[in-house]
Design a protein around this ligand. Sequence first.
Ligand code: FAD
Ligand code: MLT
Ligand code: ZN
Length: 448
Amino acid sequence: MSSRSEAITCEFCIALQVRVLYCITGASSLVLKPKTTDDVSRIMAHCDKRHLAVVPQGGNTGLVGGSVPVFDEVVLSTALMNKILDLDEISGVVTCQAGCILETLDDHVAERGLAMPLDLGAKASCHIGGNVSTSAGGLRLIRYGSLHGSVLGLEAVLASGEVLDCMSGMRKDNTGYDLKQLLIGSEGTLGVVTKVAILCPSRPAAVNVALLACNSFADVLKTLQKGKAMLSEILSAFELIDSASMMAVEKYLHLRNPLSSGEFYCLIETSGSHAGHDEEKLTAFLDSVMEEGSVCDGTVAQGITQQKDLWALRERVAEALLREGYTYKYDVSLPTRHFYDIVVDMRRHLAGAAVLGCYGYGHVGDGNVHLNVTTRQYDADVGHRIEPYVFEWVRGRHGSISAEHGLGFKKRDFIHYSKAASAVAWMKRFKTLMDPNGILNPYKTLPE
Ligand code: FAD
Ligand code: MLT
Ligand code: ZN
């Protein structure tokens, strides 16, 4: 495959350099902004014929460099594919083009009493096509499950330009292989997602948000276990902020932590249809965890403004850490009992290194911890001390080295830590079958 993009004459062409958060810089002389599936099809057919590499790009919020043109790939942006095509109020299925921004979709479905089944800190920028292509997890996976369950239909353009039509609005459809599942989480390496149909839950009429402080991680686990048991069907988020991360949002973003003590903070959200019923359940749960001593302090937000303020403490941790300097980011799944051990062990492992901080936060309800290490600027020695140590550590606990962000450019060479050689070999066979010339997002997801 040629690594140089030849010029394509196209009215959507603009020259630009693509820069992504976290110091991955790409170079491309061409960005194409199609509006329709047919535009995408013609672009792909043209690029395939001329062996031009293409990188699909949504909101460019990915954290592993998946949307970055590594050399001079053509950037295919979905920014203008932003039409909402249909909303079936009865079944709750929204159908739209891939470039719709997640928050815009959520606002749209909210008008009909529905909610998008995923939510993440990047909601104001990320595209639904990017979410589907990364199989984004986020803040409410504990309640609504992953996109592998919520995406009911999908349309994609393959490398050849052929349109793969897996559109459906049915929850149940056992007619043959479920091909769309292969595209979900494939990070733009198998096809360009152009349309999706997504199942939306009812928008909850009653929402409560509480911030609870615990003195130890063992207490967090007790609180989580009790939360799942006592809040059960109304639990919609159970997130963790360690005290280092909490101090970072206070220091760099000047947010206010309403609690005065605690080594760990749990952000708990309930969502239901009956305020009185939910409050009763939440009160019983809070009484129980305070009484048994697993929670040492806590507050329940009074009104939407306070709820947003509490959520900001969790959602803006990544942003706060960026202000500190360079961030080495790891997004791993672990058995929940080992969730925080990785942070403790990394602090020990990095003792004496030129590190500013070692932070742990994330989706504790899903066993997904975000381990972040900061230095003043990028330091290769620190990088080599962390990798592959961190991946070996995760493999030793049978976890996943990428829980929700994908492999992209940064993590692709570490896939073997979480997938068997036979599985990687089959992934490569699918890639060759679907993209024989290797033009779709090369250098991503699969190792050389
Ligand atoms: P991009 O970054 O543009 O692309 C991501 C990957 O998908 C690339 O490989 C790209 O080639 C491919 N791609 C994009 N669009 C298409 C398409 N139409 N067809 C085929 N391939 C495509 N992620 C989580 O999972 N959970 C979180 O809680 C979370 N929180 C975040 C918070 C912040 C502040 C930030 C900055 C990021 C967060 N992320 C999170 C990461 C990121 O937002 C998600 O991965 C998101 O799904 C990426 O969407 P995007 O549109 O920005 O995709
Ligand atoms: C989060 O949960 O905040 C995101 O996945 C971003 C991050 O990992 O920092
Ligand atoms: Zn996350």
